[in-house]
Design a binder for this molecule. Structure first.
Ligand code: 4NP
Length: 162
């Protein structure tokens, strides 16, 4: 059995690919190898492109490797192949819910951060400076542990008892 998670932002070159790399690292650390993680954008402008250089640099500075990413656009057919779809902001969440089947589990990524307020978003860093990418990294790191706990429970493998 697997648990499949898709992380979604607007362009799939900044926030969701950063979240994908961080979440995969968190899951690996917990030995949760059955959890499959990918990412996509609600928009298609950057399909096929690597991660934004500022996003890759922020990851590299923290010891992560973002070099293998290529951007993709989310397709409504993917809901059937994912157990959890996580949006970076409320606009992405609305866009996903418009095309989601009724049984789809679609939430904000930061809803898994116990210290984040209700409705908290990962803000779009694309038109800002480098500090915005450091903020994104801190936010996705703060949420990743909660996502791992959720996935472990769904797999019947509570963390710390493996
Ligand atoms: P992302 O950032 O959604 O975090 O990948 C953006 C990337 C590109 C654009 C907007 C946001 N854009 O308008 O092209």
């Amino acid at each position: 059995m697997a648990f499949r998670i898709c992380l979604v932002c607007l362009g799939n070159i900044c926030r969701s690919p950063m979240a994908e790399v961080v979440l995969r690292s968190t899951l690996d650390r917990h030995g949760l190898t059955e959890v499959v993680v990918d990412s996509a954008g609600t928009g298609g402008w950057h399909v096929g492109e690597p991660m934004d250089t500022r996003a890759a640099a922020a990851l590299a500075a923290a010891g992560y490797d973002g070099s293998r990413h290529r951007a993709r656009q989310f397709d409504s057919g993917w809901f059937a192949e994912r157990d959890l779809v996580l949006a970076m902001d409320r606009e992405n969440l609305r866009a996903l819910r418009r095309i989601a089947p009724p049984d789809a589990d679609v939430r904000l990524l930061r809803s898994f951060d116990p210290d984040a307020p209700e409705g908290a978003e990962v803000p779009d860093p694309y038109y800002g400076g480098e500090e915005g990418f450091a903020t994104v990294l801190a936010m996705v790191e703060a949420a990743a542990e909660g996502v791992a706990v959720h996935a472990a429970r769904a797999l019947g493998r509570p963390l710390g008892r493996r």
